[in-house]
Design a protein around this ligand. Sequence first.
Ligand SMILES: [Zn+2]
Length: 348
Amino acid sequence: MASEMYFVIHSGIFKILPRPTRKKHPVSTSPIPPDLQPCAIVREVGLRDGLQSIAMVVSTAHKIEWINAAYAAGQREIEVGSFVPARLLPQLADTAEVLAHAKTLPGLVASVLVPNYKGAERALELGADLMIMPLSASHAHSLANLRKTPDEVVAEVARVRALRDASGSRTLIEGGVGTAFGCTLQGEVSESEVLRLMRALLDAGADRVSLADTVGYADPASVARLFGKARALVGDRLACAHFHDTRGMGLANVYAAWQAGITRFDACLAGIGGCPHAPGASGNVTTEDLVFMLERMGVATGIDVVALLALRQRVAGWLAGETLHGTLWQAGLPQNAAPAVLREAATA
Ligand SMILES: [Zn+2]
């Protein structure tokens, strides 16, 4: 029976029946040929944005298990940690070790967050594929979070670019413009200031930029407007959208950004995440819900959502007592969206 091949979740019991090796995108049921199918990248940031806001320290072994399972599920971009002093974020103190493991997985783009020059030195030394340098468009948030003005951060990016070039490293630099839709400390953040800083980051030597709704203030209309303007200004060098689901608009905002031409999205498994310096911020867009939405739209992610749900179950076990988010794990996949491999197995 086909229905026996679907995973079920009842009373906390999660079960997936064995299935054969998959050959291509496992969930998409789109009739569009694979070479013409639109694609999107879901970058996992749970190991950094998620874990840094959770008091519990997840062991290095569990982080490695998480990365291995995410990779096996098809994820090819993972932010593995942050180079910040261990006394500030003990949760991420093992970033060097986790990065070293991530680098052993072929084709995986392993990124780290670096808040300053010192962190960038470590990222270069340890060979991260990508370093994300955060900048807060909100002056107040920038001072609280980074103890620098936004323009001082731009100057630091220029110094990091010089260091990168001098070292001969191929580590990419992404300038991540946070609080792009407003800020709990400052309130309004003007679009013109966001666009000015985004441009300044690129001029200072960032290879690309991303926009982040750090505190969950964005809505689909503001996303369409700002991402539309940003794309007009810098085109594909605007490489990623980072949304928090603080007020339940995360996926709607992803859709608006997708419509504006964005094809890379940050997300956290189980929707963990937040910002310690932005009171009220909680929950990144949930990876498994986002992958499901994109695949359901006919957008290929290369990620097996059933495998993600199984991983979520494991991670939830390590984070017992923490608040998790997401909806797909509760409802399960609709029968008409069963992964192709399961349907093939059911009819074999
Ligand atoms: Zn975030």
